[in-house]
Design a protein around this ligand. Structure first.
Ligand code: GLA
Length: 359
């Protein structure tokens, strides 16, 4: 059988930090970097997963009928998708997939979701499954939640699948409604990777999630989506109060940011991004010293409208809102000052709102 290839992009989260698993609101964009997967069927019933970035020994080989377990390596993401497909009753045969990624790992740009989405797309073509985009997103989330063991929400997979050039993705995680909203053409999304990976993100992430659920329970609501910041202020325990406040404020900021976008108010959009970072520092405590330094250095630049961490936090990258024309210059200034201050080499990537996953 002939080869099938698919590309799934990474994403930047623009506002709505950790709101997805609280049934809240998120604004994100697919970016130009991502994972390309090229697959073909194998009549032997074997599975082969190969990554150009990983050494040959990190390739995974197995036999479909013999089952498989988590390996604690990159191949868990594609294997998780195979597992999730089997769980929902899809019949697969043998296959091999070669992956090639332009996404830095550990930057918070969703390299894992891109791997999952690219796998799901290739396998659905190879074995003739007909999924709607939202079904594919949920299948990939199932792989990550139940096979890989990270209890992420829908944000990353939805952004990778629903991205649209020149648009941001507005996701309501309760209704699962997605809207693509035009983003000002003159603006770039400047990603700066701190060089510090968020290796502990799995455990910290799940811990934050549990705290949010506990705060919802204390308030007597089914999810923090149903609470207001005013109600949250009544929570006696300061940790649960702060975690919940981050979520309710972020939901409110997404609503304000959507209004700002519709009015073309980029400045307001930028201030909301910066406010979001402040809340990560103070309330959700999911920033890192290197991210805080990068945000401060970004905000010292003349042409920057706003800056914040992007994604789970605890390391990874920040996102800076800056006019396209100024992006390279601003990036160079920040990288230079960051190097002097921390000794780390930051990696800038000038992105734009890109197209979602494609065959
Ligand atoms: C990670 C998760 C997402 C989301 C963000 C934080 O990227 O995978 O589901 O929770 O963190 O907003």
């Amino acid at each position: 059988m002939s080869q099938i290839s698919a590309f799934a992009p990474g994403r930047v989260e623009l506002l709505g930090n950790h709101t997805d698993y609280n049934e809240g609101l998120v604004l994100s964009a697919a970016i130009q970097l991502g994972v390309t997967a090229v697959g073909r069927r194998l009549s032997s019933g074997k599975i082969g997963l190969m990554s150009r970035q990983m050494s040959a020994s990190a390739a995974w080989h197995g036999v479909l009928d013999e089952g498989f377990n988590r390996q604690n390596q990159w191949s868990d993401y594609p294997l998780g998708v195979v597992w999730a497909l089997q769980q929902i009753g899809c019949r697969l045969g043998g296959f091999e997939v070669h992956f090639d990624s332009t996404l830095p790992v550990g930057a918070g740009l969703s390299s894992s979701a891109a791997l999952e989405v690219a796998t799901a797309m290739v396998l659905s073509r190879l074995f003739h499954f007909n999924f709607e985009l939202m079904e594919l997103a949920k299948l990939c989330r199932k792989a990550e939640n139940e096979f890989v063991g990270v209890q992420c929400g829908l944000l990353d997979q939805v952004s990778s699948l629903f991205g649209k050039e020149g648009h941001v993705v507005f996701l309501d995680c309760r209704s699962e409604r997605v809207e693509q909203i035009p983003f000002p053409q003159e603006m770039a999304l400047l990603v700066i990777h701190s060089g510090v990976s968020h290796t502990l993100s799995g455990s910290e992430y799940n811990e934050r999630r549990t705290a949010c659920f506990e705060a919802a329970r204390l308030l007597g609501v089914s999810a923090l989506r149903d609470a207001t910041s005013q109600q949250v202020l009544q929570i006696a325990d300061s940790t649960f109060r702060k975690r919940a406040l981050h979520i309710t404020d972020e939901n409110a900021r997404v609503v304000q940011a959507v209004a700002a976008l519709r009015e073309g108010d980029v400045r307001e959009f930028g201030s909301l991004m910066t406010a979001s970072h402040r809340s990560s520092q103070k309330n959700f405590e999911n920033s890192a010293p290197e991210l805080d330094i990068l945000v401060e250095l970004a905000l010292e630049q003349n042409d920057v409208y706003g800056a914040r961490l992007t994604g789970g936090g605890f390391g990874g990258a920040i996102i800076v809102l800056v006019p396209k024309q100024k992006a390279q210059h601003v990036a160079a200034q920040i990288v230079e000052a960051y190097g002097r201050r921390t000794g780390h080499i930051a990696k800038p990537i000038v992105c734009e709102c890109g197209e979602g996953a494609l065959f």
